[in-house]
Design a protein around this ligand. Structure first.
Ligand code: CA
Length: 271
């Protein structure tokens, strides 16, 4: 498919403006390296809404394995009970045999977690819940990086969910809550725990599309619509026209537009 490209160079700017009439797309050629580029405005950070650990009925599901520092009963209060999506009975809690300890998820694959939730099970005294802890990530299960620290978390109510967010730009295979103390009971217990992904922000940047004059397809795929990065404002102007005949006899109006003068022409109308 044939196409036309209009080219403007600007001084003292360091780019050439390539505008493809067929696609209404623009790419910028940089004089610094000769490459044709598009502007990526970057993205904001975000938190996922999908629970990263599926509903468990055992210690392992797919690539995911959960474990704990201890279990009050290996037949009733197992680590995976904190991920069974049920708090029907007290036995749907994970409970440790001490007032401190950790509850860990091995995702096998490295992921970026930025949020977790803890839920009180609703069937025991609320003082089993953690009070002071760190949330940590690791890639070997031995060396841990503290990602979030909470201290003095009291006042849990039955079935309550507390959510904790933090910024994390590093992927880890293992995540755990490492509990230092609870709210006064003789054991630790957690009804449910969830984790959510964090997507870090990306910075705006110029990205190379081609080192040679872009093809029609490259304009269609990668050409820019939004040229606001150049800080130019939309402006409408009127161009006088001359006629070359008389009405009723194939009258044509014509004019010449100096495209070097109007850098960002995106639309031409008859008025
Ligand atoms: Ca549960």
């Amino acid at each position: 498919m044939p196409y036309a490209i209009a080219r403007w160079s600007r001084t003292p700017d360091t780019w050439t403006h390539e505008y493809n009439f067929t696609t209404n797309k623009t790419l910028i050629q940089f004089s610094s390296d000769g490459e044709y580029k598009k502007f990526d405005g970057g993205t904001n950070s975000s938190y996922g809404t999908t629970k990263l650990v599926p509903q468990l009925s055992g210690y392992t599901s797919g690539n995911i394995t959960v474990s704990a520092s201890s279990e009050y009963s290996t037949t009733q209060y197992q680590a995976w009970k904190a991920f069974n999506r049920s708090n029907a009975t007290a036995q749907d809690d994970w409970a440790s045999s001490t007032t401190s300890g950790w509850l860990q998820v091995d995702f096998t694959n490295r992921i970026v977690v930025g949020q977790y939730e803890l839920q009180e099970g609703g069937n025991t005294s609320t003082n089993y819940m953690p009070k002071d802890w760190t949330f940590e990530g690791s890639n070997d299960g031995t060396n841990w990086t503290v990602l979030d620290t909470q201290a003095g978390v009291t006042g849990w109510t039955g079935g309550e969910i507390k959510s904790f967010q933090f910024v994390n730009n590093i992927s880890y295979r293992y995540y755990r809550i490492n509990i230092l103390s609870n709210n006064g009971a003789t054991l630790l217990a957690i009804g449910e725990m969830n984790m959510y992904e964090y997507t870090p922000a990306t910075l705006s940047s110029w990205q190379s599309v081609s080192t040679t004059l872009p093809t029609q397809t490259q304009f269609e795929t990668d050409g820019m619509d939004d040229l606001s990065v150049f800080g130019r404002q939309s402006k409408t102007f009127t161009q006088d026209m001359t006629n070359d005949g008389t009405l009723g006899s194939g009258l044509k109006f014509s004019t010449t537009i100096d495209l070097k003068k109007y850098f960002d022409i995106t639309e031409i109308r008859k008025i």
